[in-house]
Design a binder for this molecule. Structure first.
Ligand code: BTN
Length: 310
């Protein structure tokens, strides 16, 4: 089933959902409170019903939500808008889509979050595929950077840190998040839009309860193998941390971010092989420097892939 639900902070159905969740309201009260017509209220209630909510209409008391589905795009919207504040204005919820990063590039708007239950063409770094069956978390955040050009590459590090803190993981430079030595999360940051007015596309994939294909089990794992936590709970903490870490970067507090990275980065101190645009070499990962580069036996690596040898 291919469908998309778009909800903004100001969508009538979302606002009605929030009002009815809090308490009984008559159609008239809702209409007055939101400054909309009774017909618009009725349409919003129909939308909630078709999303699986039972909305009772009682004489005198008015409308109330008597039962909620376990999950709906409204629940997602609520988490996103609560945790991300003014960083996200709108969510796009896909049951299935090709890739939330690709969709973000088509829509090309900042301040949105795209979420998919399943991706049919999930993208990984270095042109690889990201296998994205149901049960995992697959989402993309788009932002106007509000950063100096030198800070843009750090966004990917900040994102890895936010996820690592949220799930109790370690970072494999630049931004894989690992638990028990296996990868549980991948991050794909891309730039889109015009050069003078870029949009950062931050794609995050976390294995939560999804099946890991047999051939990947040696290197990849899922959160359910370590502890049980719902997808939405994981999402909530990732977003909360992302907002706070990103703010540090934007507010000139990169040094604090860097200190945490140094602590959580399991690449440091290891013998590594790095595959960079300038070639492949091996050495000891010594530091993450001021600019976010990995220092390998004295050489700075700004971008590339890093393989832990020992
Ligand atoms: C990696 O190779 O480690 C990066 C994987 C990034 C996967 C996420 S899932 C959500 C978003 N949409 C995509 O197609 N890719 C990213």
């Amino acid at each position: 089933m291919s469908m998309v639900v778009r909800i903004s902070k100001y969508s009538t159905d979302y606002l009605v959902y929030k009002l009815l969740r809090a308490q009984h309201r008559s159609g008239e009260e809702i209409a007055a409170e939101l400054d909309i017509s009774r017909t618009a209220v009725w349409k919003a209630i129909e939308k909630l019903r078709s999303a699986g909510f039972d909305v009772d209409a009682k004489t005198r008391k008015g409308y109330a939500i008597s039962s909620e589905p376990r999950f709906s795009p409204y629940h997602l919207a609520d988490i996103v808008f609560t945790e991300m504040g003014d960083m996200v204005e709108e969510i796009y919820y896909f049951d299935v889509t090709t890739s939330t990063n690709e969709k973000a590039k088509e829509i090309l708007k900042p301040a949105i979050l795209l979420f998919a239950e399943e991706q049919s063409a999930g993208k990984g770094r270095h042109g690889r595929t990201w296998i994205s069956p149901r049960g995992g978390l697959y989402f993309t955040i788009t932002l106007k950077p509000e950063l100096g050009i030198e800070d843009i590459p750090k966004v990917t590090l900040v994102t890895g840190l936010a996820v690592a803190k949220a799930i109790g993981g370690k970072i494999k430079w630049p931004n894989d998040v690992m638990i028990g030595g296996k990868k549980v999360c991948g991050i794909l940051c891309e730039l889109a839009g015009e050069v003078e007015n870029p949009i950062i596309i931050i794609g995050i994939g976390i294995n939560v309860e999804n099946e890991i294909p047999e051939e990947l089990k040696e290197r990849a794992a899922r959160l359910a193998d370590f502890y049980s936590r719902s997808r939405l709970d994981v999402l909530r903490s990732v977003l909360r941390n992302f907002r706070s870490e990103y703010r540090k970067l934007r507010d000139g507090r990169w040094d604090e971010v860097r200190q945490d990275l140094l602590e959580l980065c399991e690449t440091l101190g290891r013998q590594v092989r790095v595959v960079t645009p300038a070639g492949v070499f091996e050495g000891i990962a010594e530091d993450i420097d001021e600019s976010g580069a990995l220092v390998v036996s004295g050489r700075k690596v700004y971008a590339g892939e890093c393989i832990h040898l020992r």
